[in-house]
Design a binder for this molecule. Sequence first.
Ligand code: MEV
Length: 448
Amino acid sequence: MLNNKVVKGFSKLSKEAKIEWITNEYLSGDDQSIKLLKSYWHEDAKVQKVHDEFIENTITNFYIPFGVAPNFLINGQVYCIPMAIEESSVVAAAAKNASFWMKRGGFKSKVISTTKIGHVHFAWYGDFKVLKEFIESIKSKFFEETKELTKNMNSRGGGILDIKVLDRSDLEPNYYQLQGKFETCDAMGANFINSLLEKFSKILERELQASNLEEREKKIVIIMCILSNYTPECIVRCEVNCNVDELSDDPELDSNEFAKKFQQAIHVANIEPYRATTHNKGIFNGIDAVVIATGNDFRAVEACGHTYASKTGQYRSLSNVEIKNGKFKFWIDLPIAVGTVGGLTSLHPMVKFSHQLLGNPNAKKLMEIIAAAGLAQNFGALRSLVTTGIQKGHMKMHLLNILNQLGATKIEIKKIKDHFNDKVVEHSAVVNLFHELRKVNQENIITK
Ligand code: MEV
């Protein structure tokens, strides 16, 4: 049953009216909610307008912290990497592991390929050989008739790389694809590719109609035209390496033992999807944070990475390790489709700032930086997991969140932080200590 909270023409209401409607209908007209929403508006109305117009029905902004991880030595250049993320330990881990690898030669990142892919998905009724020959015969039209759309991209060195028809009737009777491969240079390329695919479908429909094929072969049902966010030909490889005996910077940690356990951890992530999922999630802690800070589509990058992790038919670790002749090599191959032009890159002031901070990289350089952030994050997580356990560092960073939730004062925060300096932070222990301190304080006030 629908309740009466249904609204028509909501998107046409002003921002104020939208907020009023929401608070009246869902929050019993609560003034505090209105104040809260408005307190997150940017003080500069022009900046706020930019944010309002990114999406429909904007009522306010949603903050997540924007931090930086300095000391990232990547291909001989030092970067201070911007990261937008809410999870307490991620930036700390990135910074710590960047410094660790800086002393060991830094990250070596290299883009291997940059090809993007898209498809016209369609149903057709005939012999695939006939279809293939037909598409070959009209192939030049796809290039010729999209010249207006590809002109700018061509001038930047990109454009349509290849078009071919694929027989997918093994998956579904009569299912075929017109597959396009594209180079989109510094753009992520979604709009470019989708516009081209839609044009391809029109050409295909028209040419089939006009052909002298049999009547049944002239019939085509275009199912959809869309780029694929799976980009296994848009790959960056990032590596760190050192002598095994340089791996430990802690006198209590034996480098050889650590290397062995690290290798076992990767092996477990390779054979066990339950572990692989968490392992790769840790990699995306680093990747997503940079992807968001640089105004790119983290959903696309994540989806792609997870499909790539399943390319053997089983979901596995995205990172790899090799220990050979006393050398430790740890690397990741990642498909990352990002842009440094278009989209939010020139609109969102903080995104612009991120690009400036990174020296306004082109898309390839940004891929290299993002991969390094992912690899550093994974190294840090595995290092903790196979040595101290993850909770030590994680909860240390989370301590302030717990204290803020409890409403601890500055003095209480200092006391509790000092107490946990040499101990593993546990939620209940923090809460108990906080209440103990409060009780003692109260008693002191009462007895005074
Ligand atoms: C937490 O956000 C990420 C980790 O769980 C990653 C991992 O287990 O490898 C620590």
